[in-house]
Structure formats: C-alpha cells, structure tokens
Design a protein around this ligand. Structure first.
Ligand SMILES: Nc1ncnc2c1ncn2[C@@H]1O[C@H](COP(=O)(O)OP(=O)(O)OP(=O)(O)O)[C@@H](O)[C@H]1O
Ligand SMILES: [Mg+2]
Length: 396
C-alpha cells in the first residue's frame, strides 16, 4: 500500500495533481482512493461530477471509475460518527456560558477535528487494506500543516496531561457543582477522548514510515510560492515525513513567442532552476501550463502523463529518511534532515524525557529514546541540509 499527500500553497494545483495521479494509478489497476481535506471540496468539480452524487454519500467514498474512489470529508457527519461525547460536552459548556444552542454547537467544532477525522480514516484504511493507494488532497499549507503535528501533540497530551486532568476533575467535581454552573467534563467525556486516542494509535508510525507514506509538494515557479514550499518542506521534515518529489506546476511552454510573456518565461526558468538547487536531491518534476482548465478524466489523464511520463506514480522518487539516530564515539546524535534552517532560529530545551525543538513559530516535542533521557547537555549543530542534535559533551 502507498499513501501520498499532495500539499502546497493555495491554488497551485494540488487537487488537480492528486486527481491526475489517481487517474494514472487506477488505470494501472491499483484500487485508489483520493481523499479531500479541503473544505472547498473541489474534487467532484474537477472530475466533472454531479454535485448531488457526493452529497448523497455524505462524506463516504464514491466510486467514480474502475478502481477509483473519491471521498470528501463532511465535518458534520464526522462529528456524529467520532466526536459524539466530546462535541456534546463542549457545546454544553459553551451553552452554559450564555451562547445560544445553535451557535454553541457550531463553535464546539474544535480546530483539528477535521484533521483528526482524516487521521482516523488513514489508520482504518491502512488496517483494512481496502485500497492500494490513498492520495490526500490537502488544504493550502498555511492552514493545513497543523494536522501533521496532531499525532505527536495528542500523544504528548495523553502521556503528560490527560491522566492528571481526569484525576483533578474527579476530585473537583463535587466542589465545582456547589460553586458554579459551568459543567466539568464527565467520565463519558474522558472515556471518549481515550477511545479516540486508541483509534488513532499507530497513525504516527504510518505517517513517518517512508516506505508507506510520502509527501509531494506542489508549487509554481514564483518567488512567494517557492518560499512557502520551502517552509512546508522543513515542516514536513520536522515531523518525520518523507518528501519524495516537488511538482513544479504551471510552467509556461518554452515555445511561446509572444513578447508579453517574455518576462514570465525568464523569471519562471530562473525560479525553476533555483528550486532544483533548493530541493536537491529531491527531484523536481516540471509540468506545463495547459491550454485551459483541467476538467474531466481525459484532461486529468493528460496531466498525469505530463507529470509522471512513463514512471509509476506510486514509486518513491526519493528514499532517504528524514530522521536518524546515530551513535558514535559513545555519544548519540539525532540527525534531522531540515534544509533551510538557520542556527539562530533554533531553540532547544530538554525537559525530562522530551526534547522541545522550536524553529521560528514551529514547535515539536520529541519523546526521547531511553539512552538519551539521562544525558545532561544538548546542543544543536547545523550542517546543511542536516540539523544535528548532539547529546552529551559540547557540540561545537
Ligand atoms: N498545469 C495546469 N495547467 C492549466 N491549468 C491548471 C494547471 N494546474 C492547475 N490548473 C488549474 O488551476 C486551478 C486551480 O487548481 P487546483 O484546484 O488543482 O489548485 P489547488 O492547489 O487544489 O487549489 P486550492 O488551494 O484552492 O485547493 C484549476 O482551475 C485548475 O484547472
Ligand atoms: Mg484544492
């Protein structure tokens, strides 16, 4: 089985590329599911399907061709399926704080519920082996990257906070009842959180297993878009997800003669070249701008041919793992592939059995393996494209 995420800035062509990839893999006989995490849900439109067809399926997979299904998550359905108790508690809580019921129900959709629902599906489909390929059409990177941090954040929360919180609430409940109207979460709430966590178990291993899961970053040959792609690249690496290709979409065909486009042609070729050096050794696949929009199966198949040529789209185009723990001369070194990182932006702290790595506005808790817990000093060393974290001794 293979799982491929298609991520990138808004409007770069993620949905088109994910759909095109699905056309190619299903034509090769792989049972393929394309899932959309994007609330705008444009998958059905790109396949030129009747909207009603998807609405009838209420967020479940819909077969669109032999071997090809699409699924657009419907948050309301997901809440009914997965979030019952949790949503009930939160909307009850907001309700007692004076909000009317309808608004309280709306607000009780926590940020992240959609993403967790997606992770639940990934976990389930991977176990069930119902599909050979899961292709994930992500929301634009600015807002969607949060989902990758969810498994580690949840693990951290369950290990560090959950039990404590449950105990405190148990003890405080009788007192709180006398003092305030605000309801404390009941046992059902905690059981529901626990159950949800259990159903998510293992998904972080699925996401960080490069043999199974890779990310393809879709980008355009423009400065701002490439900058955002670099940030996304680093963020995926930070969360141990392996990027196996960058798809440089919307390149103007070089045959264009019109003088109007000459500046575009020049700047595009420059940015495409820069991207090749930035993302090296991850391969960059250039894709030409099509004449007109890409709608319907035939155009999608043509897009797939343009992206992959004769290659199998499920192949891993780049295989190095983004994380490595190395022992040398009695010292441990955690090597993370983090291109584009500068030493000044790194902030490292070690608290008991976890390492907190902050890079600009990104933060990650890394639960340390046993041999590293006891070491006192931790230092960072940037050897592009790697960030080395050295345990014990000085890292200069
Ligand atoms: N290579 C291409 N040639 C011509 N048109 C393209 C190409 N790639 C994408 N498009 C068109 O650009 C538009 C946006 O593409 P798409 O919806 O795939 O982007 P997206 O990254 O998923 O956007 P969003 O961030 O809004 O989800 C669509 O109309 C699509 O047909
Ligand atoms: Mg899209």
């Amino acid at each position: 089985m293979r799982i491929i995420f298609f991520a990138g800035k808004g409007g770069v062509g993620k949905t088109s590329v994910a759909a095109a990839t699905g056309m190619a893999t299903s034509a090769r006989g792989c049972r393929t599911l394309i899932m959309s995490l994007d609330v705008a849900h444009s998958l059905a439109d790109i396949f030129d399907l009747e909207r009603g067809l998807l609405d009838q399926h209420r967020g479940r997979p819909v077969k669109v061709r032999p071997n090809l299904w699409i699924q657009e998550l419907d948050i309301q359905e997901e809440i009914d399926r997965n979030w019952g108790e949790i949503h009930r508690y939160l909307s009850g809580l907001l309700n007692t704080t004076g909000l009317n019921e309808v608004l309280a129900e709306e607000l009780a959709v926590l940020p992240g519920m959609e993403e967790v629902s997606l992770l639940l599906y990934i976990n389930r489909y991977t176990r069930e082996r119902r599909f050979d390929a899961l292709l994930l059409d992500c929301a634009p990177t600015g807002e969607s990257l949060r989902f990758i941090s969810i498994p580690t954040t949840l693990e951290w929360y369950m290990k560090k906070i959950f039990k404590l919180e449950r105990t405190i609430v148990r003890c405080a409940r009788p007192l709180a009842k006398r003092l305030t109207d605000v309801p404390l979460p009941g046992e059902e709430y905690f059981t529901a959180v626990e159950r949800l966590f259990l159903r998510l178990e293992g998904v972080d291993r699925i996401l960080s297993d490069p043999a199974l899961t890779t990310v393809r970053l879709v980008t355009n040959p423009e400065k701002v878009v490439i900058k955002e792609t670099q940030r996304a690249f680093m963020y995926f690496c930070l969360y141990r997800m392996s990027i196996d290709a960058v798809i440089m979409n919307r390149m103007l065909p070089s045959g264009i003669r019109d003088g109007f486009f000459s500046d575009w042609l020049y700047s595009q070729s420059r940015y495409a070249e820069l991207a090749r050096t930035y993302f090296h050794p991850v391969p960059v696949f250039p894709v030409n701008l099509f004449q007109g929009e890409i709608l319907g199966p035939e155009r999608l198949a043509a897009l797939a041919a343009e992206i992959y040529g004769e290659r199998d789209p499920l192949q891993r185009f780049y295989e190095e793992e983004p994380y490595r723990l190395i022992k040398e001369e009695g010292r441990y070194r955690l090597q993370l592939k983090l291109p584009f990182v500068v030493k000044e932006s790194i902030d490292l702290s070690k608290v008991a059995d976890e390492l907190i790595l902050r890079i600009g506005s990104y933060k990650r808790h890394i639960l340390l393996p046993k041999p590293l817990v006891a070491t006192s000093s931790v230092t960072a060393r940037v050897d592009p494209p790697y960030l080395n974290i050295l345990f014990g001794g000085d890292g200069s």
